[in-house]
Design a protein around this ligand. Structure first.
Ligand code: MG
Length: 160
């Protein structure tokens, strides 16, 4: 076994509604056709939240709710890029081997913005774009009320 390799897994889910918030995923602002945004304490970037949890998991550092509680006024409307930067500072010296992400949402369709999101996440992780993969799925009509965005992230990191 190579103990220098660490795997992490994270998920997140936010309801979407017309609440004046922007829909942001992976640090990229998207246009929802009805102007829906995430119900959230911070900016509600479900992709970056799942990524934070995957990083924290890889290094046995707990979860995002412990480090950035939704009762803490410091994180009200906080950009999740800041949460990710603070999470990366908690991690030991390492490099990302690869990250695989699945985003589930009905609207907007993410396909046209996929490369942009991958580029943003790679930059935030200070890694190459070819180490970051994004898959977009829909809810396949299974949501009976409203809309939501759900994200799963798995990552592999190598300790330096
Ligand atoms: Mg979240």
């Amino acid at each position: 076994m190579n103990a220098r390799l660490r795997i992490g897994f994270g998920t997140d889910l936010h309801r979407l509604e017309r609440n004046g918030r922007k829909l942001v995923l992976g640090g990229v602002e998207l246009e929802h056709p009805e102007g829906f945004g995430p119900v959230s304490h911070s900016d509600g970037d479900a992709l970056l939240h799942a990524l934070c949890d995957a990083l924290l998991g890889a290094f046995g550092l707990g979860d995002i709710g412990t480090h950035f509680p939704d009762t803490d006024e410091r994180f009200r409307d906080a950009p999740s890029t800041r949460l990710l930067r603070e999470t990366l500072r908690m991690c030991p010296p390492m490099r990302i081997v690869n990250v695989d992400m699945v985003v589930q949402c009905d609207r907007p369709r993410l396909g046209p913005r996929r490369k942009e999101i991958v580029k943003s996440v790679a930059a935030l992780l200070e890694t190459e774009e070819n180490r970051v993969n994004l898959k977009a799925k829909t809810w396949e009509g299974t949501l009976s009320e409203g809309e939501a965005v759900s994200v799963s992230v798995v990552l592999l990191a190598e300790l330096e």
